[in-house]
Ligand binder design. Structure first.
Ligand code: OGA
Ligand code: NI
Length: 348
């Protein structure tokens, strides 16, 4: 049985009914605003010996509390490394359909897979997202790279090896800035999530879509790891929820979009937010993005950090092992509720 249907399989593109969302799940694009946006933070000002660096820490901390999202510029990752990564992803999605189909799998435990995500709607029906996502682990990088199947090719392998090393060090820097912002020891979060971390990469491809109002590239979600680094091509499509409104994220050359994911929200006892976001499509341009998910080891115990619980900030989540959270995330019967809701403590 072949249930895999790629979004860009037919030519000319057509919206078959299995891509059409029920009315209340559609993106409602006319309501999206670009007036408000997430902060853009220049990391070149950060130098641990310079007292004005605290300004960068402060900006990040504010962004984490208000938006759960920010963009960074002058982050030190060479432009060439990012460009090579984007080129390799673009070529990957240009592989002939037979070869892409070969990589497809609905088994989320697979090390490497191509997936066409679905949204389960009322009545148990599944609506397909207008995207293809190629996902694999990225730690330890030198071992993983050899596990990528033949058809992935050397261009991707080489570009990814360089990219993963850069993003690994960038995330370490960010985790230390975020720790300082929370008033913790600089290496606190890195120690918590950086030991034998669970790292997955997801290259997303959104073909042009005949009717972006009826479909979604990626349904609204929060990321379930700790922190995500997203690189996007110069075509916008990412939208972030702020106080119930969708705001679109502009594409800035040589910037990364950083978002906090569920584990940081729990560790920070809700001071920092893991917010809903989604990807929408457009009629003209194909769009690619690369999400690097950085999460703790499955055995790590997660719960609000002691120092961040006090009378003013009563404990909001229960303690759990990260593997428990992952299991909950992949439960087939899971519906609308976000996973972190299941770990929330009742308000007293
Ligand atoms: C993701 C994600 C957004 C994008 O991969 O989790 O939110 O713009 N991607 O591709
Ligand atoms: Ni996401």
């Amino acid at each position: 049985m072949n249930s895999f249907q790629l979004a860009n399989e037919s030519s000319p593109l057509s919206l078959t009914p299995n891509f059409i969302l029920p009315e209340h799940k559609r993106p409602n694009l006319s309501q999206v605003t670009s007036l408000d946006s997430i902060p853009i933070i220049d990391l070149s000002y950060y130098d641990e010996n310079n007292p004005s660096s605290l300004e960068v820490v402060h900006k990040i901390s504010k962004a984490c509390g208000e938006f759960g999202f920010f963009q960074i510029v002058n982050h030190g990752v060479p432009e060439q490394v990012c460009n090579n990564m984007m080129k390799a992803i673009t070529s990957l999605f240009e592989l002939p359909p037979e070869e892409r189909e070969h990589l497809s799998s609905t088994d989320h435990t697979k090390n490497v897979r191509l997936v066409n995500f679905c949204l389960k709607v009322e009545g148990g029906e599944k609506v397909k997202m207008w995207s293809e996502c190629f996902s694999h682990f990225w730690y330890p990088i030198d071992d993983i790279i050899h596990l990528l199947p033949e058809q992935i090719g050397t261009q991707y392998r080489e570009a990814f090896t360089d990219y993963a090393k850069e993003i690994g060090s960038l995330v370490k820097r960010l985790l230390s800035l975020i720790s300082i912002g929370l008033g913790l020891e600089e290496d606190f979060l890195l120690k918590k999530v950086g030991e034998q971390p669970r790292l997955r990469a997801q290259a997303n491809f959104y073909p042009p879509c005949p009717d972006p109002e009826l479909t979604m590239g990626l349904q609204e979600h929060t990321d379930f790891n700790a922190i995500t680094v997203l690189l996007q091509s110069e075509i916008s499509g990412l939208q972030v929820n702020k106080d119930g409104k969708w705001i679109s994220i502009p594409c800035i050359p040589n910037a990364f979009v950083i978002n906090l994911a569920d584990q940081i929200e729990v560790l920070s006892n809700g001071r920092y937010k893991s917010v809903l976001h989604r990807a929408v499509t457009n009629t003209v341009h194909p769009r690619v993005s690369m999400a690097m998910f950085y999460g703790p080891n499955p055995n790590t115990s997660i719960g609000p950090i002691q120092e961040l619980i006090d009378e003013e900030h009563p404990i909001k989540f229960r303690n759990y092992r990260f593997s428990e959270f992952v299991e909950e995330y992949y439960k087939p019967e899971r519906t609308g509720k976000t996973v972190k809701e299941n770990f929330k403590l009742e308000d007293k």
